[in-house]
Ligand binder design. Structure first.
Ligand code: NOJ
Length: 528
């Protein structure tokens, strides 16, 4: 394990800071709130926290619209709080990863304010402007992820500007060397403060087709999906030049020790892996969202794991993500019973796991009434991300122990029984299962850094073996469905169940063949 870096054998925990812990009774989480919960994170056993954006922002997209890349929004605290958080986290051996949002700024960023002043503004070329069509129409058919055209008319200067997300999030022109220079300076600023890495927002969007060609229609579009999916974003995303920027970012990170560059990339595996670069010069971890995007089906998941494992370039390190602030919660996608199986899968696959706050409790999507919707995506296209962003459920007390004031988003209705305080005391809780899985993973080289060998995927069953140069081998068997099943593994001999979704099976001796009940997963330590 010594030959592996922290971001390879470690577990990453995502914090959505508005919703994690509120230290100053304004109903919104903050950095001092995170600071107060470091003991919890250390107890859970994670190695790194990734904190969603905490920079000054008008909050049109809750911080993903940055108006200053090198400061802290007062709602989250100030630079001293950030420094203290870093110091305290490092003292507990926890790394801190910041979210970096290079594709777009806020429309209130001084660059954009300057750029829109006149066509001759020195910052004009920091953004993407285009003339209207002959009849004043938009330059092309590109759509905004959050609904409508991706082009916004600027009356003052008589041109359109491009925004992949809200019109309050104008896209930067990454072909402009000055944009790169400024953004790299912002990265250095945080690296010099001692942060341990970045999760780079929408990395695959950075460069757009220079000729603004129309995107083709998507023949697989199904009514009810986000309108953005009506087109294939062939010209507005995933352009080859992006890889040059990724290489530049990586070279910058390489000037510092052991920092991690993570990219948010929603692409099929064959495209995703190109973001690793050709010779270890790309992102350390292009986020792999297959456990989120695939149907919860053993055959498809096992096939995707196989395809991913088989296509990784030499020395590329795999990773797996089970949830994030943009997606329905895993416990709502697959159900509470399968959320336990999902925990075993996430923490036993080969590669760095990323876990979304509250998923370790089985927090579910909360009910948000229409008048309570905060998320601009929910307001614009009716696909709200608020249900997965509700306050962390710490305790059965007022406001779930998140704040002493009413929180900015309603609480999950189940917080009185689904919370940290209760689950800490219950050895059979999902939280206890997560904690034990993380502990075992940390202790056993086979699970943290060992090889992955698929055994079977049949019906709802999936099984694989993990093995390292030192320590025991492990057999992992998962039942992704509610019906019972069995597995023959005679060639592997015998072993002992060390973790099971149904804890009464722990310490059970198994040999040649084992039985699984529905919604069951077992981690078996194989005899030498
Ligand atoms: C991806 C982020 O995860 C999401 O929350 C945000 O709305 C978009 N990027 C735009 O920055």
């Amino acid at each position: 394990m010594r030959s592996h870096l922290w971001w390879q054998h470690g577990v990453i925990y995502q914090i959505y800071p508005r919703s994690f812990a509120d230290s100053n009774a304004d109903g919104i989480g903050d950095l001092r709130g995170v600071l107060a919960k470091l003991d919890y994170l250390a107890w859970l056993g994670v190695d790194a926290l990734w904190i969603s954006p905490i920079y000054p922002s008008p909050m049109a997209d809750f911080g993903y619209d940055v108006s200053n890349y090198t400061d802290i929004h007062p709602v989250f605290g100030n630079m001293d709080d950030m420094r203290e958080l870093l110091r305290a986290a490092h003292a507990k051996n926890l790394k801190v990863i910041l979210d970096f949002v290079p594709n777009h700024t806020s429309n209130e960023h001084p660059w954009f304010e300057e750029a829109r002043r006149s066509r001759g503004s020195e910052k004009r070329d920091f953004y993407l402007w285009s003339e209207p069509g002959r009849n004043g129409e938009v330059p092309n058919n590109w759509l905004s992820v959050f609904g409508g055209s991706a082009w916004e008319w600027d009356e003052e200067t008589g041109q359109y500007y491009y925004h992949a997300f809200l019109k309050e999030q104008p896209d930067l022109n990454w072909r402009n060397p000055l944009v790169r220079q400024h953004m790299y300076a912002a990265m250095r600023f945080w690296l010099d403060q001692g942060i341990d890495g970045f999760r780079v927002d929408v990395l695959w969007h950075l460069i757009k087709d220079a000729e603004w060609r129309d995107n083709p229609p998507n023949p697989d579009y199904v009514a009810g999906q986000a309108p953005y999916n009506q087109l294939i974003p062939a010209y507005s995303t995933d352009q080859p030049e992006i890889l040059e920027i990724v290489r530049e970012m990586r070279a910058l990170m390489n000037e510092y020790d052991e920092r991690v560059l993570i990219g948010e990339i929603y692409l099929p595996i064959r495209r995703l892996i190109s973001y690793y670069g050709t010779s270890g010069d790309g992102a350390h971890l292009p986020f792999n969202f297959q456990l989120i995007t695939l149907p919860w089906n053993a055959r498809q998941i096992a096939a995707a794991v196989g395809e991913y494992e088989g296509s990784l370039p030499p020395n590329a390190w795999p990773n797996w993500v089970l949830g994030n602030h943009d997606q329905p919660r895993v416990a709502s996608r697959v159900g509470l019973s399968q959320a336990r199986v999902a925990a075993v899968l996430l923490l036993t696959l080969r590669g760095t796991p990323t876990l979304y706050y509250g998923d370790e409790l089985g927090m579910r999507d909360a009910v948000i009434f229409p008048e309570q919707i905060q998320d601009p995506q929910g307001k614009n296209i009716g696909i709200s991300r608020d249900p997965a962003r509700t306050p962390m459920q710490w305790a059965p007390s007022t406001h779930a122990g998140f704040s002493s004031a009413p929180p900015w988003l309603p609480l999950g209705h189940d917080y009185e029984h689904c919370n940290v305080e209760r689950q800490t005391r219950d050895p059979d809780s999902l939280l206890s299962l997560y904690r034990r899985l993380i502990e075992l993973r940390r202790k056993e080289p086979a699970l943290s850094v060992g090889s992955y060998r698929p055994l079977v995927s049949d019906g709802d069953l999936m099984a694989f073996v993990r093995e390292a140069d030192e320590g025991p081998r492990y057999l992992v068997v998962l039942n992704l469905g509610p019906r019972p099943g069995h597995l023959s593994f005679d060639a592997l001999g015998s072993g002992e169940v060390v973790i099971a979704t149904e804890s009464r099976r722990e310490a059970e001796r198994v040999k040649d063949r084992l039985i699984l009940t529905g919604d069951d997963a077992l981690v078996v330590r194989l005899d030498a």
